[in-house]
Write a protein that binds this ligand. Structure first.
Ligand code: ADP
Ligand code: MG
Length: 256
């Protein structure tokens, strides 16, 4: 069975050669050398008051499995627009977006929704939790919406909440939790259905630096334990330091 490891500060995931004969019954590995997502020549513009507003002007990027990738850029530079395209919520005017073997630039809304429900989890700046539901119920709701069999809920909810360090706060409701704890519930919710990619739009923007650092350490640990790839936006320099790769957006393109 192939094994994988991530080199310290590496920009790529290495797949080691097989040590043993290939086992057809082995769990398929998600870790491949090939990108999880490829963006080629993507342009996105909007019609605003009869004028064309060009936001993305030729984006090239890749998400390598098990990396923590950050998008940096001033407010209004197009980071959220790009995350929406990567997550299949929107489509480009020009260019290609490949998520695994799925052509997001070609597929219908329904096709993209099916892939998104299974493979992608979203995290937002404002946590987006259901206010009247406990942490436990919020995560359970995500499993229900993803169509995961009820018999698996209990174990998975407990696992995800423990993973984000909320084992002792499982039955608190959002207003009984700090901002950092609420964001950790949101992370548990986003990973519950075992997606391969997490998209997080300014996940630490509403948190102080200590809570922000906790979120980053949770991100690091879920990459390892849940075998997830994360793409997030931020402009916080201390947070950018933990990235495996940073893409900086200037005038609708990435500068290197
Ligand atoms: N649906 C839309 N219609 C019109 N303009 C939009 C739309 N979405 C985003 N924009 C514009 O695109 C630009 C980039 O927005 P956004 O992607 O939200 O930037 P960022 O997330 O980097 O702050 C902004 O000028 C914004 O007003
Ligand atoms: Mg934004």
């Amino acid at each position: 069975m192939a094994r994988w490891f991530r080199k310290k500060n590496a920009s790529e995931v290495m797949v080691l050669e097989e040590e043993m004969p290939f086992d057809n019954n082995a769990t398929p590995l998600r870790q491949l050398k090939s990108p999880l997502l490829t963006v080629r020549g993507v342009q996105r513009s909007f019609q605003v008051g009869g004028q064309k507003l060009e936001v993305l002007k030729g984006i090239e990027m890749e998400l390598i499995p098990l990396q923590l990738v950050m998008l940096k850029g001033r407010s209004g530079s197009g980071k959220t627009t790009l995350l929406n395209l990567i997550g299949g919520l929107d489509q480009p005017n020009e260019g290609e977006i490949w998520f695994q073997e799925h052509a997001f630039h070609l597929g219908s809304d329904d096709e993209r929704t099916l892939v998104r429900r299974k493979e992608i989890g979203f995290i937002f700046q404002s946590f987006a939790l259901m206010p009247l539901l406990s942490a436990w119920e919020n995560v359970e709701l995500a499993l229900r919406m993803a169509g995961i069999p009820r018999s698996e809920w209990k174990e998975r909810v407990a696992h995800c909440l423990e993973l984000v360090g909320l084992g002792k706060r499982m039955h608190h409701r959002p207003f009984e939790l700090s901002g950092g704890e609420q964001q950790r519930v949101a992370i548990a919710k986003a990973i519950a259905h075992r997606p391969s990619l997490i998209l997080a739009d300014e996940p630490t923007a509403e948190l102080d630096s200590q809570m922000g650092a906790q979120i980053m350490s949770v991100f690091r640990s879920i990459i390892a334990t849940e075998q997830i790839t994360i793409c997030m936006t931020t402009h916080d320099p201390t947070i950018l330091e933990v990235a495996d790769h940073v893409y900086e957006m200037v005038d609708g393109k990435f500068i290197s």
